[in-house]
Ligand binder design. Structure first.
Ligand code: THU
Length: 147
């Protein structure tokens, strides 16, 4: 495994959130996905004028991981978010993944057979709350149900 700490993953998520495309909500989110070899893949939310087409940061990051053929290798996830101010996303309230993202994270979790740690942080401050995916999405439906 790697020496990447939750705080390092949150720092990468914060960097990613600076590239959030969120002109409609004004809420920037960044996600950082740690792979088993220490690689970190990031994503930011990607909104659309047709609001319902917007993509969350976690989904963007995990789609990128999948495009790299690495969905089975996801080890941990960090996410942050906050209302975008003059210097980017701000605030000290931790963000946890929305329901749809929990289901998307579950795809990686079941493929890799891991109860993934999800580190939830804020745009600013040191607070990090870590959940296991099974806490965020108990009794999940996933790829294991289709074999
Ligand atoms: N958002 C995420 O990127 N991830 C989440 O888990 C929660 C919500 C985004 C979607 C939208 O662009 C903005 O945050 C406000 O909901």
């Amino acid at each position: 495994m790697s020496d990447v700490t939750p705080a390092m993953l949150i720092a990468e998520a914060r960097k990613a959130a600076r590239n959030a495309y969120a002109p409609y909500s004004g809420f920037g989110v960044g996600a950082a996905v740690l792979l088993t070899d220490g690689t970190i893949v990031t994503g930011a939310n990607f909104e659309n004028a047709s609001y319902g087409l917007s993509l969350c940061a976690e989904t963007v990051a995990l789609a990128t991981v999948s495009a790299q053929g690495r969905l089975r290798d996801v080890a941990e996830i960090g996410v942050i978010g906050g209302l975008i101010g003059p210097d980017g996303p701000a605030g000290t309230t931790p963000v946890s993944p929305c329901g749809r993202c929990r289901q998307v994270i579950n795809e990686a979790a079941q493929l890799g057979d891991r109860d993934l740690p999800v580190h939830c942080g804020a745009a600013e401050g040191d607070a990090i709350t870590t959940y296991r995916l099974s806490e965020l999405l108990p009794a999940a439906f996933g790829p294991k149900d289709l074999i």
